[in-house]
Design a protein around this ligand. Structure first.
Ligand SMILES: *Cc1c(COP(=O)(O)O)cnc(C)c1O
Length: 362
């Protein structure tokens, strides 16, 4: 029994990350890219994995310079290999950052409602988690961000933009104001840009703010736009000193040779994969428009999902949809649900089911 184990005191009573894993025809609950990988890429990944297999008796390259070079090339903005680091998903990236800069006696601040993994990563690294606040419409002004940072004095501040679960992006002014406050306190600012490729204005990325800002880290992932959630590849760009710092805590050989080969292959096919992003954005905008027409309250989305309110019985609607084989996400915010923008067919299935059940649940 769990309770009888010598569990760390600070983990007692905690619950594991729990997005339901249910087999359904329409899984629109964890913001994956639901488009199948292109056939040609599947074959290319197969050959790359086979090539990597020939060397699996040896440890992989610990520092994976080639992958870092090609990730830097993808990011642009003059970013170099020495500024890039990768891990098994951006969850591991964030964990490594908290292992490096957080820990006992330190705290991490983010602005709720936001990514549900932040408090879990904080607790796993024994870092105190502080849930800062957003305005009632889920926005965060530059003044408010800076004020809360000065109030809580966190060692690490995480800004999620576009934010999960709301889908809303932060303005460059808010990111800059947060950076100034963080720098003043000698902390670190992490901008989690897991959904950056879906933004309506892709030029708003914090990558452009990196020059001259050694306390800024921009985290990205191949799980969403790159349709590679199953491969577990996340990465960050920052000052080279941040990469050196993270190397103090990473496990040696954390990124398997197979993962490196798969990530490189996907990067080299990025035109095909990122071609799906435009189609996903169209479905996202279609959802927003339709929900507005139905009198619901969708948040402005710069991601591949839509967060919407205006429901009196969100949980009931969630169950109704599931009954039709459509799995979306109840993130625990009363009156609200979140749905991933999938293929045109999946979006139609979601909207049809929603329209059928909405009269009972609004
Ligand atoms: C999905 C998501 C990630 C990605 O996690 P991976 O470990 O890279 O799969 C990171 N941050 C946010 C806010 C997310 O929603």
């Amino acid at each position: 029994m769990l309770a009888s184990l010598p569990l760390r005191d600070d983990l007692r009573g905690h619950r594991a990350y729990g997005a339901p894993m249910i087999q359904v025809p329409y899984a629109l609950n964890v913001n994956e890219n639901t488009h199948p990988l292109p056939e040609e890429l599947i074959r290319a990944i197969g050959s790359a994995a086979a090539e990597a297999a020939a060397g699996l008796n040896r440890y992989p390259d610990r520092d994976f310079p080639q992958l870092r070079r090609e990730l830097a090339d993808y990011l642009g903005h003059g970013i170099t290999e020495r500024q890039v680091w990768a891990a098994n998903g951006s969850n591991e990236i964030l964990q490594q950052l908290l292992q490096t800069f957080g820990g006992p006696g330190r705290n991490v601040l983010s602005f709720a409602p936001t990514y549900s993994m932040y408090p879990l990563l904080a607790s796993g690294t024994n870092t105190e988690y502080i849930a800062g606040r957003r305005a009632a419409d889920f926005t965060l002004s530059p003044e408010d961000a800076a004020r809360q940072i000065r109030q809580h004095r966190p060692t690490v501040t995480i800004l999620c933009s576009p934010n999960n679960p709301t889908g809303t992006a932060l303005s460059p002014e808010t990111i800059l104001a947060a950076y100034e406050a963080v720098e003043e306190l000698g902390g670190m600012l992490v901008v989690d840009e897991a959904y950056a490729e879906f933004a309506r204005d892709p030029d708003t990325t914090a990558l452009s703010l990196l020059p001259g800002r050694p306390r800024l880290v921009v985290s990205r992932t191949m799980s969403k736009a790159f349709a590679l959630a199953g491969a577990r590849v996340g990465y960050f760009a920052a000052d080279p000193a941040v990469v050196e710092a993270v190397m103090l805590v990473r496990l040696p050989y954390h990124l398997s040779a197979v993962t490196q080969a798969v990530a490189l292959t996907a990067l080299r096919h990025r035109d095909q994969l990122l071609g799906q992003v435009g189609r996903i954005r169209e479905q996202r905008d279609r959802i927003v428009t339709r929900l507005e027409q139905l009198g619901l309250e969708p948040a402005a989305s710069d991601s591949n999902f839509v967060f919407f309110g205006g429901l009196s019985d969100a949980q009931g609607l969630w169950e109704d949809l599931l009954g039709d084989g459509v799995l979306i996400r109840d993130v625990g915010i009363p009156g609200h649900l979140r749905v991933t923008a999938g293929t045109e067919e999946e979006t139609t299935a979601f909207l049809d089911s929603l329209e059928r059940h909405l009269p009972d649940r609004r």
